[in-house]
Design a protein around this ligand. Sequence first.
Ligand SMILES: Cc1cc2nc3c(=O)[nH]c(=O)nc-3n(C[C@H](O)[C@H](O)[C@H](O)COP(=O)(O)O)c2cc1C
Length: 182
Amino acid sequence: MDTLMAIELRKSIRNYLPKPVETEIIAQLLRAGNSAPKVGFFHITVIENPEVLKEINDQALVQYKNSGDKLLMGPAAVEGYQPLYGAPVFFLFSAPFASPSNEATASCAVTCITIAATALGLGSCYIHSALLGIKGNPKLIEKIGIPFGLTPICGVVIGYSADESLTSPRSRFTEENVNYCR
Ligand SMILES: Cc1cc2nc3c(=O)[nH]c(=O)nc-3n(C[C@H](O)[C@H](O)[C@H](O)COP(=O)(O)O)c2cc1C
């Protein structure tokens, strides 16, 4: 797929088929992530273990419900809502600390991964809020295998979309947030 088409087709997918993602595709996505512009440091943990994914998801849901934040409590109150959307793969980014440069660098990598996933026919969604289910949970951090001293900073779920077409580009281009100095 043409790169510009993949960029336009990319959208956040929040419902996934319970279908594993091929090892070669995961490798291609990791290459895409590690090809992004980089100034800070990040480590990527590829989480595919269904029990660990469920634990992260369920812990996040509990945190959302108790957060006092309407933006999290609203979705969490919807029957069947899953913070990881049932995706079979979660790329979790961690770093020694959540500095702006580490977070910006990881976000660049996430963006490359989402575009590469789209080009390969997979759905993706940037994940930040669900980290609430991991942070402050040393047992879960150990189970995930995040290297010692690193803290989760962001993530992206990947999988085959259950219900949304990845074939129609959305025309979202607007000049409302643009100015020119020529
Ligand atoms: C920094 C950042 C954090 C995000 N965190 C979440 C998240 O925790 N959960 C989620 O479902 N989407 C998350 N998103 C995805 C946005 O909600 C989504 O990109 C936005 O609504 C635009 O929709 P689109 O991706 O379909 O174009 C995040 C996006 C960014 C850039």
